[in-house]
Design a protein around this ligand. Sequence first.
Ligand code: PGA
Length: 261
Amino acid sequence: MEIIITPDPAAASREAARFLAALIRKKPGAVLGLATGGTPVPLYRELARMHREEGLDFSGCTSFNLDEYVGLGADHPASYRRFMQENLFSLINLQADRIHIPDGLAPDIPAHCAAYEKSITDSGGIDAQVLGIGSDGHVGFNEPTSSLASRTRIKTLTRRTRSDNAHFFESESDVPHHVITMGIGTIMEARAVLLLAFGENKAEAVAGAVEGPITASNPASILQMHPQAKLYLDEQSASKLARRDYYRWVFDHKPGWQRDR
Ligand code: PGA
């Protein structure tokens, strides 16, 4: 794992955007795995700026989002389809027919999940997957005790996640109980994983994921087994890492040729 500790979310997001931009410039047909929630908003703002001011071209890219709430259609204000439209897709030139988000209204959810997996495979696989982390260590909506080999499927949210996400809804009781999410096995097949985590609320989950044992009780800990997992943190989310001085030193002394890898 590469642990990148930055002063604030804006700096962390600039680093992550730099990595994605280098990938897209090298591979214009890159397949991007995207995430929702509060965390990736500054990353998407930076990617939109790079598109606008530096000509970063997404027209050959394909995207797959991690998850969606069951029961919410594209127009629902809290749907992830709507979130992505507002925070990224309306600001860049990704082609509409190359955008994939699980359909929260799919009539046959298992068939939809199997088809979603197949389209990821048919696209050649995800080059870089953006992730947030739940305060309970979830990635995508793979809650603690999710199988570390799981594929795209329906999941039931924990009370804690429903409470963490209530600010996107009018009230906590409006947060759906069920979601469709890529599995941990799906995420682990991405060629690179970029996990962003900001704020004190994430410090414990981050410390467990990086320095604790690999366990389904903290699903993000499986990233210890990923050959290219990069964690972009701010000071608060890094505050419970025992080896944070070492991670800082490593990053500050990276040779130039290694910077965008
Ligand atoms: P957040 O959610 O970015 O809104 O904190 C992260 C997650 O649940 O994965």
